[in-house]
Design a protein around this ligand. Sequence first.
Ligand SMILES: [Zn+2]
Ligand SMILES: [Zn+2]
Length: 71
Amino acid sequence: MLQSQPHSVEKKCPRCGQVFGCVVQDNCWCDENINLSRETLKLIRLNYLDCLCKECLLFFMELEKHGGRAA
Ligand SMILES: [Zn+2]
Ligand SMILES: [Zn+2]
């Protein structure tokens, strides 16, 4: 069976230090319910080596909504 099941890995958010479950997939980042623009994802990858927790992803999503730019 080649189909791999998504499995959750415990990671520590590099932004806030919170431990969260990352669902490891090809381009995890990180929750499929969170739709971030490519631009934002790029920004996150530039700033953080690993996935961010949901709260931080939501934070970036809010920034997008308000048309703001994360510094
Ligand atoms: Zn992840
Ligand atoms: Zn976080």
